[in-house]
Design a protein around this ligand. Structure first.
Ligand SMILES: [Zn+2]
Length: 84
């Protein structure tokens, strides 16, 4: 019996703080502006045009209860809490 092949994509997960449902959202491909390309090339020698940068969407919606959230990564969350 042969097994079918399927393309898999990177995704991000969050647990809704309203209903507790675990949600998965697709990563989005970041489009580099000309300024960003120059900035990364100067700072870290990266050449963004040769690769892909997957990031999370800025806003997410819970599939369970429909609550909307602004999405931040764990590092950003720590920064926000220490600023308060
Ligand atoms: Zn929810």
């Amino acid at each position: 019996m042969s097994v079918e092949t399927i393309e898999i994509s990177l995704a991000f997960a969050f647990v809704c703080s309203h209903c507790g449902k675990e949600n998965f959202v697709r990563g989005v491909l970041h489009e580099f502006t000309g300024d960003e390309k120059a900035e990364y090339a100067a700072e870290i020698g990266e050449r963004p045009e040769t690769g892909q940068w997957i990031t999370h969407p800025e806003h997410v919606t819970c599939n369970g209860c429909g609550a909307d959230f602004r999405a931040v990564n764990p590092g950003e969350l720590v920064d926000e809490r220490t600023e308060e």
